[in-house]
Design a binder for this molecule. Sequence first.
Ligand code: AMP
Length: 222
Amino acid sequence: MAASRLIFLGPPGTGKGTQAQRLAQRFGLAALSSGDVLRKEIRAGSEIGRQAAEFVQAGTLVPDDVITGVMLAAVDKLTPGTGFILDGFPRTVPQAEELGKGLVARQLEVQVVVDFQLDDQEIIKRIVSRRVCNKCGATYNTLFLPPRTADVCDKCGGELIQRVDDREDVIATRLETYRAQTAPLVDYYTQRGLLCSVDASAEAETVEADVVRIVEPLDAGG
Ligand code: AMP
């Protein structure tokens, strides 16, 4: 299990990040979130951050070669033998193709792609109520997972803020971007026999149990 290799696919706001964290902790995997990696680069003011910033703010996709390079580098930094969850990557067919080639070369092919399904109305509700800690990055939700004290992170005392791209006008762009550029990956991975779907509308514990049911057999099968 500790060596499982997964992709979490699905529109923004479906709980992929939350589930990636839970599963990573449960099975000793690394959760590699492309959005988190880019936000870190932007905060650090790196060259990659500068290339990515305008796209992230607008809710459109950063160029394929930029994100693919960053994510394969993140895989290469893992301790050998550590499994991983790619959360939010790939998001286009060219990214999937480059990722596939990169992982074959490393003998680290992905075993399962989990598709998180949720309708747009619920997605919008979840995203506009999402808050993140501006210090440690922990995620909260004013409706479903409020902090103990309003606007203060339970974990580090940092201030909770709304991501610029979690505002309603940007969410519409992100959903359109998903439909136009990322949704084709559902067919792409179905054709390769890798796709499993979960109903992301349930409570986090229920979704986690569904994901565990998908991932657990990988232990026996390799
Ligand atoms: P997320 O936190 O996954 O919603 O990602 C936030 C933003 O980061 C997205 O709206 C994109 O601008 C950028 N991003 C994250 N992952 C990718 C990716 N695989 N390809 C291109 N852009 C990405």
